[in-house]
Design a protein. Structure first.
Length: 247
């Protein structure tokens, strides 16, 4: 009997955390970020989540370069993910990228009945649940993020299906424009040495707040020519606009 008590406590705590996040998502949430490239301020980003109806949530991510940085590298990237409320499995994944005048507009729609993802006229078999890079970032918020935990997922991105392992590494206290946070660092890794999250020259790290909300307070992508960092600037309830504020 004594051995079962810690397990029950963990299950209750996990359920309470998930319930708390569901309430936040139903109300809507806006996260504003400061973008920097190799410690040079480069722009702004905003991520939002809000309900569409009782069965679906809409997640958005919009990042754009600031006035100074746009002189050299003008960027406006928008990503939208429509997911199921219960399991966060991706229903639609839409990328609209504009980087130095090079535009990309791609839509992936998941047909859950036939277990395929439809993209550019092709049907790609997928398991259920399946995530995209944006929906996965939010889904992880509801999981056990104790250091040493490992979670496995399947994602669909750029017309390919990947296995991803998220390693919960260690606790850290970090400072952001929004303040100082106790966090837990998570590193998503690809099954192979190529793909969305990781290759020979890229590494992705996400610092989630070490509390029930698990807010992504810092995101860093290390690449060959430097690193791109997204640091939390502000958190607000509800969603009024998916565009980041002009700073």
């Amino acid at each position: 009997m004594k051995r079962t008590i810690p397990i029950l406590v963990l299950l209750v705590a996990a359920a309470a955390s998930a319930q708390s996040l569901q309430s936040i998502y139903k109300q809507g949430e806006t996260l504003d970020y400061e973008l920097s490239w190799s410690r040079v301020s480069g722009g702004d980003a905003r991520m939002t989540i809000s309900p569409i109806d009782t069965d679906r949530l809409r997640i958005t991510s919009v990042g754009k370069s600031g006035t100074f940085f746009s002189r050299f590298f003008k960027v406006r990237d928008e990503i939208e993910s429509i997911v199921g409320t219960d399991d966060f499995s991706t229903l639609e994944y839409h990328k609209m990228l504009d980087e130095r005048g090079r535009r990309k507009d791609e839509l992936t729609v998941v047909d859950e009945r036939h277990k395929v993802a439809l993209r550019k006229g092709k049907a790609i078999p997928v398991p259920l649940p399946v995530y995209d890079p944006l929906s996965l970032m939010y889904y992880v918020r509801g999981l056990d993020l104790s250091p040493g935990s490992v979670h496995e997922f399947t994602i669909i991105a750029d017309g390919k299906v990947y296995k991803v392992t998220a390693e919960v590494q260690e606790r850290e206290t970090i400072s952001t424009p929004a303040g100082t946070f106790k966090t837990v660092r998570v590193e998503p890794k690809m099954e192979s040495e190529s793909g969305v999250f990781r290759d020979e020259q890229k590494r992705l790290l996400i610092w989630y707040s070490d509390d029930a909300r698990h807010i992504p307070v810092r995101i860093r992508s290390d690449v060959k020519i430097g690193s791109i960092t997204v640091a939390l600037r502000a958190v607000s309830a509800g969603v009024t606009d998916i565009e980041p504020p002009v700073n």
